[in-house]
Write a protein that binds this ligand. Structure first.
Ligand code: SIN
Ligand code: FE2
Length: 212
């Protein structure tokens, strides 16, 4: 059940090891948006194919040492952008600092992400319930930054059948999950129609991970 007073709490514990930091990214807003523009100029958004042959509704790109990719061969991290054959753009310093500061705030000091997946959702796009398990090291947390249109985040447990809570994520919100909740199932419900003052008709999500 979504709580109407959610937005008044700057910090919401979602589970052991998981916290929602309301508006945490707003301090860095302008720098984050220009860093994203620079990455997207070098590595444009694209709709990847699932191993089963479906086109993902979320458009993706990456920055960092490695980037998450999906195609007929499966899901994996790759040091190069399959569209250009070139290395992914380096992770901009502002994004790294944002991820590290948020991780510390979530109880994970010393987080050094080497991958930042950038997801773009247009109305109707969704991400089905899944676990993040393509990384080599589950001791590092996941830091997820929401920008633009609001979305409904599903957060369950280690088993797919565990109860699933829903949390509204708004522009600037950051979720950090790791430790006991590192392998918890999560997803994004189909994005509702809307227009965001800064980002227009979309939601952008950044997820920072230690992948390799
Ligand atoms: C993800 O699970 O990779 C992204 C979740 C989100 O868009 O908030
Ligand atoms: Fe995920």
């Amino acid at each position: 059940m979504m709580d109407l007073f959610d937005q008044l709490e700057p910090r919401k514990e979602l589970a052991e090891g998981a916290v929602l930091l309301r508006g945490f990214a707003l301090n860095y807003e302008a720098a984050i948006l220009s860093a994203i523009d620079a990455v997207v100029a070098a590595a444009p958004f694209r709709h990847m194919m699932t191993p089963g042959g479906y086109r993902m509704s979320v458009a993706m790109t990456n920055c960092g040492k490695v980037g998450w990719v999906s195609d007929g061969k499966g899901y994996r991290y790759s040091p190069t952008d399959p569209d250009s054959g070139k290395p992914w753009p380096a992770m901009p310093e502002t994004l790294l600092t944002l991820a590290q500061t948020a991780a510390s705030e979530g109880g994970f000091a010393g987080f050094v992400p080497d991958a930042c997946l950038i997801n773009r959702y247009e109305p109707g796009a969704k991400l089905s319930l899944h676990q993040d398990r393509d990384e080599c090291d589950f001791s590092a947390p996941i830091v997820s930054v929401s920008l633009g249109l609001s979305a409904t985040f599903q957060f369950g447990g280690k088993r797919r059948s565990d109860p699933i809570a829903k949390h509204a994520l708004h522009h600037g919100d950051v979720v950090v999950w790791g430790g006991p909740s590192r392998l918890f199932h999560h997803g994004i419900l189909p994005l509702k129609e809307g227009e965001h003052a800064r980002l227009g008709r979309c939601r952008i999500n950044l997820t920072f991970r230690k992948a390799s």
